[in-house]
Design a protein around this ligand. Structure first.
Ligand code: NAP
Length: 474
């Protein structure tokens, strides 16, 4: 597949004002050079989108999304190769995300077909016995979508597919480090017959391109996934645009004393170390009932020690490099801080460039940065808990609140966790990282606001228009 200039503005693959190099995250080889728009091109993209939004019938929007999914499936081999190169994630991660993307497109197509308003019982007001009141869902206009590096297919799909399903035009600013998959998605939509000005693609740095985009007064809705710091900034500068912010996390998963460890531990390993821990819902804190803490520590250390890491393309690798040496350096600093506060290093700990060996700690002392900040690395700490109150207290003890997992067979205990954990989602008998795409998904506290999931996002990317019909019965 040809990545072209990567910059798609006002219906054309355009040349920009600067060049964005894209590297293979494992080999470091240059794999592409994309064009970065100048400020005028950012404005032109929004203006073009604003002129084009609305007007495409729902059935056509649904058909386009379905055809785009088929085009992605047909082009799968090239897309997977781009994905592995630009992320450093494994081919299995790539396949999983592409398959999710196809499902997200299909679910959004279905939502386009059933998007509707509601009847309003105005007869409760005196004099309105014969009035009819109902609402219409109308597109908001221009949706700005800004995405992070760590899920360049599924997160982008969770933004552009609902935006288009709802009848909007979308201006996409993908992560600088992983823009190639976004090109594949845009190409598939164009191939599927999307009117070309309904999607605009702006590769380039967030601080300039992204910032100008979210400040633009014609952007009506900003859907953003990324760090809490950037989310706060976007919220502050985006004026009256509605925002949906999917932000950082430091996700806990609880292993209660009755957990089935043969079932749970392999899932914990995947959720802690897949994509080198660079998943917003990765387990960073494993809260283990003290009755099973010794057994869990011993078994988990053995599993993590054996994890294949290194070249993401080598068969069997689960843990590839981090997105950059800087990211690995930040994780190493969190690790040193935790050990300095009294955590015990069970396995791993070494780092070379962007590669960090899968690392497991026991103990998560109060005051350590790992207890409160986000590591976004193959770094997991076990903390022993003696009671439900203690587990809830620890789990809720960060500013984040995205998703939590609870392995527990006792329904009363499991549901008590579900009620008391301050997170957008609680997964019973699986990890914090489990996320079937149809479900409502989003954080609370510093993990953001708004929910993703086709049924929720499509509706949220519309406005409600109320129609009141006054008539007198004859
Ligand atoms: P990031 O640094 O916040 O970047 C996210 C996006 O924002 C990128 O496209 C970035 O552009 C752009 N950006 C940066 N500064 C901006 C500005 N001033 N105005 C507008 N846009 C700006 O996050 P990341 O490192 O890519 O991703 C990791 C973070 O995402 C973690 O915190 C993780 O927890 C979070 N995340 C959350 C979820 C969730 O569902 N809650 C899912 C996935 C990831 P550049 O790439 O050019 O910097």
């Amino acid at each position: 597949m040809d990545h072209g200039t990567g910059l798609f503005v006002d219906g054309n693959w355009a040349r920009g004002s600067a060049v964005l190099p894209v590297a293979d995250k494992y080999t470091g080889d240059a794999i592409a050079e994309l064009h970065v728009p100048g400020p005028d091109q950012v404005d032109a993209a929004v203006a073009s989108a604003a002129r084009s939004a609305g007007g495409l019938p729902a059935a056509e929007r649904a058909a386009i999304l379905r055809r785009a999914a088929r085009a992605l499936d047909v082009g799968r081999a090239a897309i997977l190769a781009w994905y592995v190169a630009e992320t450093g994630f494994t081919p299995a991660d790539a396949t999983g995300e592409l398959d999710r993307t196809l499902l997200i497109f299909e679910l959004c197509a279905q939502e386009a077909e059933r998007l509707t308003g509601e009847m309003v019982p105005v007869q409760a007001a005196a004099g309105h016995d014969d009035s009819l009141c109902f609402t219409l869902r109308v597109p908001v206009g221009v949706v700005a979508a800004i995405t992070p590096f760590n899920a360049p297919l599924s997160t982008v799909a969770h933004k552009i597919a609902p935006a288009l399903a709802a009848g909007n035009a979308v201006v996409l600013k993908p992560a600088e480090q992983t823009p190639l998959c976004a090109i594949a998605l845009v190409r598939a939509l164009l191939e599927a017959g999307l009117p070309e000005r309904l999607v605009q693609l702006l590769p380039g740095p967030g601080e300039t391109i992204g910032d100008r985009l979210v400040r633009h007064p014609d952007v009506r809705y900003v859907t953003f996934t990324g760090s809490t710091a950037v989310g706060r900034h976007i919220r502050a500068v985006s004026g009256l645009a509605r925002t949906h912010l999917e932000l950082g996390s430091n996700s806990p998963t609880v292993l209660w004393h009755d957990a089935d460890l043969d079932h749970a531990l392999p899932l914990v390993v995947r959720a802690g170390y897949r994509k080198a821990g660079q998943v917003c819902t990765s387990i960073q804190r494993l809260l283990v009932h003290e009755a099973i803490a010794d057994e869990v520590t011993e078994r988990l250390a053995a599993l993590v020690r054996d994890l294949p890491y290194g070249d993401p393309r080598a068969p069997g690798t689960l843990v590839g490099p981090l997105i950059s040496a800087e990211a690995a350096g930040r994780a190493e600093a969190l690790l040193a801080d935790a050990v300095g506060h009294g955590s015990y290093l069970l396995t791993g700990g070494a780092r070379a460039g962007s590669m960090m060996v899968p690392t497991l700690l026991s103990g998560l002392p109060d005051g350590s940065r790992l207890a409160s900040e986000e590591a976004f690395a193959p770094l997991l700490a076990i903390a022993s808990v003696g009671s439900l109150d203690e587990a809830v207290h620890l789990a809720n003890g960060t500013n984040y609140g995205l998703q939590a997992g609870v392995f527990c067979q006792d329904l009363d205990v499991a549901l008590t966790f579900a009620r008391r954990l301050e997170t957008g989602g609680v997964v019973i008998n699986d990890t914090s990282s489990t996320h079937p795409d149809p479900m409502p998904y989003g954080g609370v506290k510093d993990s953001g606001h708004g929910v993703e999931g086709p049924a929720y996002a499509v509706r949220d990317m519309t406005e409600s228009r109320t129609v009141l019909v006054r008539h007198r019965g004859l």
